[in-house]
Ligand binder design. Sequence first.
Ligand code: PMP
Length: 288
Amino acid sequence: MALKIWLNTGLVDEADAKISVFDHGLLYGDGVFEGIRVYNGKVFELEAHIRRLFESARVIRLPIAMPKEELIAAVETTVKANGIEDGYVRLVVTRGIGTLGLNPFVCTDSCLIIIASTIQLYPEELYEKGMRIISATTVRNHPLALPPQVKSLNYLNNILAKIEALDSKAPEAIMYNHEGYVAEATGDNVFLVKNGVVYTPPVEAGSLEGITRAVVIQLARQEGLQIIENNLTRYDLYVCDELFLTGTAAEVIGVVEIDGRIIGEGKPGPITRLLRERFYAYARGKES
Ligand code: PMP
């Protein structure tokens, strides 16, 4: 069924949702975006996503032509117009129409796109068995080159690592920063468990400040688990008891093998399963 797409000021038919070939989002990956889940008709953590979008936009000096409250309403309108009960929202702000030069300031009107659709999830079996991943050789962008907190349209760094994963028949890859510390996976944050303590790299190591990451940290604390944000090495991943990834699409997913090393018992461990269950219930509004 054809979707209704929000384009700048209102909804249009999918066939009419077109942007210019001179949009700097296309020419230079100049723009920001968010990926957001809808559970039971409710947009999950919408305010946190809008906050992150505005912060990303502020860093790259991209004006968003709508105040936060209006943007929240526009997302909700788009979700309703498409009858999405459980799905995914892609919110994109591009720099807009400019010339063939780099100068972003000739683009006077940024372009706002909201797509509300269904989502292709990892199969349930992967959650039960856990996934096999690899370490990417592609180094994560240096944080002084592009702050990792900025969720920009420029994903080539992650795509190069994703290609390495797919070449190895793995769905994900761990990216390390210029110092060799774990940054994140190509589209997810990374956690490990060692001796009952949960560890995750600090954002400064080169990861996006994941909304799922923040919720999982909060749920883990509610469970009385100790969470430590610390630089982690490849060695730490090889010798941990449990390893899992978090992200809007994946939620919480266990990793059972990395670079040919089996993690723990070779299946998702008890803390991974607990946090997956707690997140699953929290996101679907089954507990507070
Ligand atoms: N890191 C990267 C590079 C991502 O693109 C994402 C989102 N897919 C994440 C981490 C996870 O962030 P969130 O939980 O906000 O989806």
